[in-house]
Design a protein around this ligand. Structure first.
Ligand SMILES: NC(=O)c1ccc[n+]([C@@H]2O[C@H](COP(=O)([O-])OP(=O)(O)OC[C@H]3O[C@@H](n4cnc5c(N)ncnc54)[C@H](OP(=O)(O)O)[C@@H]3O)[C@@H](O)[C@H]2O)c1
Length: 444
C-alpha cells in the first residue's frame, strides 16, 4: 500500500496522506472523552506505544472533562478543545471518533477523511448506515477508515473476520452482540423477572435510562448489518432487518425452555442463501449445549460458518471502556503501521426475516375445554405440525401458561396462525412466538 514517506507535515492534503510509524510519530486526536474515549487515553498513556502520540482531545463543554479524574493520565502537551475546527485543521494524522450517533459525527468524519486524516471509530450506527460511503471516501483520499471496536467491543470479531477468515466463504453467522440483553436474559435464567433485572442493569450502567435501542434489538441490528457486510459480503438496509423485543419474555419461558434443554438469548443471525439474506434479531431458544448458551452477563459471542473452515467462535467482553479501548488502540496501531485491511467487495442484497425453524409458542389462557384443539386447528390450517405440548403444574387455571413447540416451518406461517390464535376469547395476552435455533436451521 502506498504510503507517503518523509512527510514533514500531515496537515490536510487532497493527496494520499497516510503516515505510518515507519515515517515518524503518528499524531492522534480524540473526539469524545466519555467512557471509551477516556479509556483510550488511559491505555495510550499506560502502554506507551512507540509511534503513537495523543495530541488533541475534543469534547463539548470540555472544561469539566479536563478537570475530571480521568484526565489525570493525559499528558500536559495535549490540546483540549470544544471547537471541532481546531482538531480538523490540526496536524493530527488520525481522528478517533468516540462520540456516537449519526450527527454530527458523520459530517466531522467526512471532513477529517477529506482532509487526509485517517479515522478510527467505534460508532456502530454510523458504520451500519453510512459505512459503505465513508469507506469510498476514505479510499478516494488514500486514508484509512477502521472500526474494529464497532461490534463486540473488545472481542476482535471484525479484524478476525477480515484478516483471519477472509480466505473462507462464510455463509452464516449468529451471535450475541448486545451485552445489555445478554445481562438481562442470563439473569432471568436464574429466576429473576424482566422489570427487576432491567432496573438493576440501569443502576449498574449496563442499560440506558431509555433501554429501547438495546431491548428492542436496534443496537444489535446495526451490528448484524456490519458483520453481514464483512462476513457475507452483503450490504443490508438496517431498517429492513426484522427485530423482536426481549421485553415480552417472562420467567416462565425460561422454565419451559429448560424442559426443552434450551435457554433464551437475544440472537442476531444472518444467512446467505440464493442471493437473499435471511436476517433477524430476536429472543430465541438456544440449546444448552450451544456456545451461545454459555455466554453470560455482558459477554458477547459470534459464531461464523464457512464453507471450507467450518465454524469459528469469537467470545469475550463485548462492552466497557477498557475492553473497547483495546480494540480502538489496536485499530490505531494498524493505521500507524499502515497495515492493509482485507476489504472484499460487498453487494447490496435483499433481506428477509424468514427462517425455516422449529418454533416455541407460549400461551397464557383462562383455562377451559377445547383450547388445545382450537390452537391445533389454527396451526393445522397453515400446515404447521405440533412437535410437543408442555404444561407445568402449579399455575392457576384462570391464568395458565402452557407451551406448544412446532416442527420446522417458516416464521411467517407461524405468525399467520398466531394472529388468529391471539383472537381466541380465552387468550389473556398476546401469545409469544420464538424461533428455536438448531444447527440444521435452513432458510427456505
Ligand atoms: N461504552 C461501550 O462499552 C462501547 C462499546 C463499543 C462501542 N461503543 C461506542 O463507542 C462510542 C462512545 O461510547 P461511550 O460509551 O464512550 O459514550 P459516552 O460515554 O456517552 O461518551 C461520549 C462522549 O462524547 C461526547 N459527545 C457526544 N456528542 C458530542 C457532540 N455532539 N459534541 C461534542 N462532544 C460530544 C460526550 O460528551 P458529554 O459528556 O457532554 O455527553 C461524551 O464525553 C459510541 O459510538 C458507542 O456506540 C461503546
Amino acid at each position: 500500500m502506498a504510503t507517503k514517506k518523509n512527510r514533514t507535515s500531515s496537515i490536510s492534503t487532497k493527496t494520499t496522506a497516510k503516515k505510518s510509524v515507519a515515517d515518524s510519530v503518528v499524531k492522534v486526536a480524540l473526539l469524545g472523552f466519555g467512557t471509551v474515549g477516556s479509556s483510550v487515553a488511559k491505555v495510550l498513556a499506560s502502554a506507551r506505544f512507540p509511534g503513537l502520540e495523543l495530541t488533541h482531545i475534543f469534547n463539548r463543554n470540555v472544561a469539566r472533562k479536563r478537570v475530571s479524574p480521568a484526565a489525570n493520565v493525559v499528558p500536559d502537551s495535549v490540546v483540549w478543545s470544544e471547537d471541532i475546527s481546531v482538531v480538523l485543521k490540526s496536524n493530527a494524522d488520525v481522528v478517533v471518533e468516540l462520540m456516537g450517533g449519526l450527527t454530527p459525527a458523520e459530517g466531522w468524519i467526512r471532513k477529517a477523511l477529506s482532509s487526509g486524516k485517517s479515522v478510527v471509530t467505534a460508532n456502530k450506527q454510523l458504520i451500519a448506515y453510512r459505512g459503505r460511503s465513508l469507506e469510498r471516501l476514505a479510499a478516494q483520499h488514500g486514508v484509512h477508515l477502521v472500526y474494529g471496536a464497532a461490534v463486540a467491543g473488545g472481542v476482535p470479531v471484525i479484524p478476525g473476520m477480515q484478516q483471519g477468515l477472509g480466505g473462507d466463504r462464510l455463509t452464516r453467522l449468529s451471535g450475541i452482540v448486545n451485552g445489555t440483553c445478554n445481562y438481562i436474559l442470563s439473569r432471568m435464567e436464574s429466576g429473576a423477572d424482566y422489570a427487576t433485572v432491567l432496573a438493576d442493569a440501569q443502576q449498574l450502567g449496563y442499560a440506558e435510562a431509555d433501554p429501547a435501542a438495546d431491548v428492542d434489538g436496534y443496537d444489535a441490528r446495526a451490528k448484524l448489518c456490519i458483520l453481514s457486510r464483512i462476513a457475507l459480503r452483503a450490504e443490508l438496509d438496517p431498517d429492513a432487518v426484522t427485530t423482536q423485543s426481549i421485553s415480552t419474555v417472562e420467567a416462565v419461558d425460561f422454565a419451559y425452555a429448560k424442559e426443552l434443554n434450551c435457554t433464551i438469548r437475544q440472537v442476531s443471525r444472518a444467512q446467505l442463501e440464493g442471493g437473499m439474506v435471511h436476517a433477524r434479531v430476536a429472543p430465541m431458544l438456544v440449546p444448552l449445549s450451544s456456545p451461545m448458551a454459555w455466554s453470560h452477563g455482558t459477554q458477547n459471542m459470534v459464531v461464523t460458518s464457512g464453507v471450507f473452515g467450518g465454524d469459528v467462535v469469537f467470545s469475550g467482553h463485548g462492552a466497557g471502556g477498557e475492553p473497547t479501548a483495546v480494540a480502538v488502540v489496536s485499530d490505531l496501531l494498524a493505521v500507524a503501521h499502515d497495515s492493509t485491511v482485507v476489504r472484499l467487495p460487498a453487494r447490496k442484497r435483499p433481506v428477509t426475516g424468514e427462517f425455516m425453524a422449529p418454533h416455541y409458542l407460549r400461551f397464557v389462557v383462562d383455562d377451559k375445554p377445547g383450547i388445545v384443539s382450537a390452537i391445533a386447528g389454527a396451526l393445522a390450517k397453515v400446515g404447521a405440525n405440533i412437535d410437543s405440548l408442555l404444561q407445568r403444574p402449579g399455575y392457576p387455571k384462570h391464568r395458565l401458561p402452557f407451551v406448544v413447540t412446532t416442527e420446522p416451518c417458516l416464521t411467517s406461517t407461524i405468525e399467520k396462525a398466531m394472529n388468529s390464535i391471539a383472537k381466541l376469547d380465552c387468550m389473556l395476552e398476546r401469545p409469544l412466538c420464538l424461533q428455536i435455533v438448531i444447527p440444521e436451521d435452513k432458510p427456505e
